[in-house]
Design a protein around this ligand. Structure first.
Ligand code: KG4
Ligand code: ZN
Length: 406
């Protein structure tokens, strides 16, 4: 193997076409992300057929750009890593098919990576980049990881053993994912997509205690009865053996926000805002509108009541993530927590997790905000231990939309 340990990562599981070159799982030489936000914005969520089409358009230029920015030729690579699941079947297939073809044509091995494992490795990659090389081994200690994104909300115990990482599922959502709740609430409030960055920005100017949203403990009875899970967030892993204290449920808060919107007469305001933000109906791509960055801009877009609602929703959701994550850490004796996935980009979440960790004397780490959301550097980083262990993907590798980790 080339001593440089160069891996090209490819990620197409949802609505980002991404490619990156990472050296030895520790140094990002390039990370290119083509977002499809403009395509999906007017639907308030990802449309699978459109996602596959956009990946097909973007995959070749994105991979070329990643190689060019890294100043790397295909011949310099040691392997290609690709997300095999979980995610949208058609979207995953674009990345997998392209990675296979590229590998075959250039005689490069293929490594299959679980998207959730990628999110966990984004924290490790960030830590490695922040530390000097000789501190590297220090990092290989077990951690409890909260992966909170648009498709997943999982608590996983990550444990290194002779260079390979093993995962144990500790908790997960029984319905919507945390990011999905952000996206649905943002849609209800007539804000842009994805909803997380909008609510993150607006919550700064609202009163988080204005509306007392509550999360209760998930009751497992209904799920243990063998009911089919309802949403994309629910279908990726079995619930039965998990401790109910570590189960999440985010579908209720969306209904509570809806009720509040109707009762406080905020619906007309939300509709008018949506039309103002996305006026060009019927056009294929929407213009990209950024969330407001000042109190004046926030108040020009939303009433104080809407800002209070956004702040209260976020306060409750972050509180629930904190409560269950730290309860799981305590019960497992974990003193190191990773928080990753798109929702980990949230400012209030970072502040409050840090504060709670300080009070409890445990460590908490996040990736950079750019590494929190979907990217391919995390896929290339997760593949590095697999390359060392020579764990390659079989020739018949295919997309697994409900691939399980742990
Ligand atoms: O990890 P990611 O890019 O894609 C998935 O694997 O799903 O996560 C995207 C999700 C979206 O639901 C988005 O609203 C949410 O992460 N998100 C945020 C923030 N930035 C992105 N949620 C809260 N606060 C943010 N700043
Ligand atoms: Zn993700």
């Amino acid at each position: 193997m080339d001593p440089r340990g160069l891996i090209l990562g490819i990620e197409t599981s949802c609505d980002e076409t991404a490619a990156a070159v990472v050296e030895r799982g520790a140094r990002t030489l390039s990370s290119v992300v083509a977002s499809q936000i403009a395509t999906h914005a007017r639907y308030g969520g990802v449309v699978p057929e459109l996602a596959s089409r956009e990946h097909l358009r973007a995959i070749v230029p994105v991979v070329r750009a990643a190689l060019a920015q890294a100043e790397i030729a295909l011949a310099d690579l040691d392997a290609i890593a690709v997300t095999a699941g979980p995610g949208l079947a058609g979207a995953l297939l674009v990345g997998i098919t392209y990675a296979k073809a590229l590998g075959f044509a250039n005689n490069l091995s293929l490594i299959a990576v679980n998207h959730l494992e990628g999110h966990i490795h984004s924290v490790l990659l960030h830590e490695r980049e922040a530390q000097s090389a000789h501190q590297g081994a220090e990092q290989d200690r077990s951690a409890l990881a909260l992966v909170a994104s648009g498709g997943h909300t999982h608590l996983l115990l990550a444990q290194p053993e002779e260079g390979t990482w093993h995962y144990r599922l500790i908790g997960r959502t029984v319905d919507d994912a945390a990011g999905e709740a952000y996206d649905k609430v943002a849609k209800l409030l007539g804000l842009g997509y994805p909803g997380g960055p909008w609510i993150d920005a607006l919550a700064l100017y609202g009163n988080p205690h204005a509306v007392p949203f509550a999360f209760s403990q998930v009751k497992t009875k209904a799920h243990l009865a063998g009911k089919t899970p309802r949403t994309k967030g629910a279908k990726n892993a079995p619930i039965a053996p998990l401790d109910p204290r570590f189960l999440f449920s985010f579908s209720g808060i969306k209904t509570a926000v809806l009720r509040h919107v109707e009762l406080s007469g905020l619906r007309a305001e939300a509709q008018e805002r949506m039309e103002r933000l996305f006026p060009r109906k019927g056009e294929e791509k929407q213009r990209i509108v950024k969330p407001p960055g000042t109190r004046e801009a926030a108040l020009a877009l939303c009433s104080q009541a809407t800002l209070d609602l956004a702040a209260s929703f976020q306060h409750a959701l972050v509180g629930d993530l904190i409560k269950k994550t730290f309860a799981a850490a305590e019960s497992l004796g974990a003193v190191r927590i990773f928080v990753t996935g798109g929702v980990a980009a949230n400012r209030e979440l970072r502040l409050r997790f840090r504060e709670e960790a300080r009070l409890r004397g445990v460590e908490v780490s996040f990736p950079t905000p750019a590494l929190s959301t979907d990217n391919a550097a995390m896929i290339a980083a997760a593949a590095w231990p697999r390359l060392l262990a020579r764990e390659f993907a079989p020739a018949e590798l295919s997309a697994d939309p409900s691939l399980i980790l742990g």
